[in-house]
Design a protein around this ligand. Structure first.
Ligand code: CU
Length: 219
């Protein structure tokens, strides 16, 4: 029997139909000094590593105000822009030396602003070259499967393709925790990640030239 072009179209549609996907749901906890659970998980991020799905374009804004960054943690997809407006009456110099995502926006204040397009997945540590106490983080992801947990640590990431992946959680004072999951249409609903911030100590960082900040600037 001759296969008409219509059958070929139907067959190829079937082959390219979206693969099965499920929800990844769970809870993150951050353990503070003395073994207490942190009550504020706002600056925690959870994501799924592995699925090759292009993230939707999006951007973020981190404002410099009162010699600090707000918010202190932003997540953008690869190719996403972060705007860094300066609302202080003094100059700031946003920079990072985090691998391929290194950048330097030089000195500016209002009405000038600065922005950077992040092109490589990973965690980017953002500082100001004038004020060592200023720090923020940009997490750059190569797929759309990330979430910010709610205050109680609960999170839900929908539409994760079926397959075996790694769920990761991050907090600036605890680093990363991870768990392998196998996602099916039924989802994975019991991910439990513990981030240990109990051993964290504030450590000075270098300026954009790789040198210590001048004495007198507080951390
Ligand atoms: Cu500054």
């Amino acid at each position: 029997m001759r296969v008409g072009w219509k059958s070929v179209v139907v067959l190829s549609l079937a082959l390219t139909a979206p693969a099965a996907a499920g929800t990844v749901r769970g809870r993150v906890e951050v353990i503070e000094k003395g073994g207490k659970r942190a009550s504020d998980l706002a600056d925690t991020v959870v994501w799924v590593e592995g699925p090759k799905v292009k993230p939707r374009p999006s951007s973020a804004t981190i404002t410099m105000k009162g010699k600090g960054f707000a918010p202190r943690v932003a997540v953008v997809p690869v190719g996403g822009t972060v705007e860094f407006p300066n609302q202080d009456p003094v100059f700031h110099n946003v920079f990072s030396v985090s691998g391929e995502n290194r950048f330097d926006l030089d000195l500016y204040k209002k009405p000038k602003s600065g922005a950077w397009v992040f092109r490589h997945p990973g965690l980017v540590r953002v500082y100001c070259n004038i004020h060592p106490q200023m720090s923020a983080y940009v997490l750059v992801r190569d797929n759309p499967f990330w979430a910010r947990p709610s205050a109680d640590g609960g999170f839900e990431i929908p539409d994760v393709p079926a397959g075996t992946w790694v769920v990761k959680a991050w907090h600036e004072r605890a680093g990363e925790a991870s768990q392998a999951v196998t996602v099916t249409e039924a989802g994975v609903l019991d991910v439990a990640l513990t981030l240990d911030a109990s051993k964290w100590k504030r450590a000075p960082h270098k300026n954009k030239f790789g040198q210590d900040y001048e004495a007198g600037e507080k951390y």
